[in-house]
Design a protein around this ligand. Sequence first.
Ligand SMILES: [Zn+2]
Length: 354
Amino acid sequence: MKTEIISLALLFAACASVRAQEAVTNEADSLRTDSAREAADSVRQDSSDVIVIRRVPLESGRTIDEEMIVVDTVPSSNEGVSIVLFNDNTWRYVRNRNIPAEDNTVFTSDWDTVKLQAYDVELKDMPVSVVIDLVDSLKSYHYPHIGKINSKYGVRRRRSHQGTDIGLKVGDPVYATFDGRVRISQYQNGGYGNLIIIRHDNGLETYYGHLSERLVKPNEWVTAGQLIGYGGSTGRSTGPHLHFETRYKGQSFDPERLIDFTTGTLRRETFLLKKSYFSIYSKFTQDFDEEIKSEEEDKKIAAQAAAVQYHIVKKGDTMGRIAINYHTTVSKLCQLNGLKNPDKLSIGQRIRVR
Ligand SMILES: [Zn+2]
């Protein structure tokens, strides 16, 4: 019976794997142009030429907790991927780290386990935009910590604050956000204090600062939701909190673009990272305000458009009569319609009255 379940799971997994691979290929094909990338972030289309982005925040990824027991690990059709079966009859894909993934260079090039800045890429040489897959069948997500935001990304007391500060108590668990490999685990005098930097499959790096304790070592592979350390107040810190950063090729951007820290949810599964986000002045909340503002303007324009009213000229109509019927004046009607001679009306003519 157990064998049957496993082979069924295998069959299903193999099909799902093929589908996932096809989807990835299609996405890559369709996102070659920058205009398509721009469209990807703003337009939701179900046609195959534009990637579909779910706007609804995702539930945080499932973590492997203590009650879940691994029953078996079986190979999938993709030799780089195994299927792990749990005692609650659920399963998930796990990347086989012994077999390098195709894009494995992410964990070998610019890999430095001592220097915080591993990349030597200047901002001007960064791509205009890059599409980053945050979650798919292989990549899962877990919030680093749920809590009140004490300080946002941006300029703070004339200094650049390149991360988000999330309130916690000393000893609270801090989790790896995505699957990846620990690049830095060290004590930073004066600044970050106990710091962990994890590089992820998607090319992003996440920083976890001011920890009281670090539980992982450099070069160690971690999975999303893995306990990596405990919250603290080490380094330059005025009270216990997690200093959390998100970076791409060494450049920081507002972590709130990815995560809603008050609920722990991921804002999207595919993220369009724009070069403009690497500015310390570029904040998620700003964009949000702008979005609301433009939405309000759109509504106003729509309301004005809806208020526009026309009258079709009938036999016997005069401008004076139309003006009376619509509680307006002849001069207003002339102005609205760009008419010079109000006496020249023809039957069937469309006159704007409002
Ligand atoms: Zn901070």
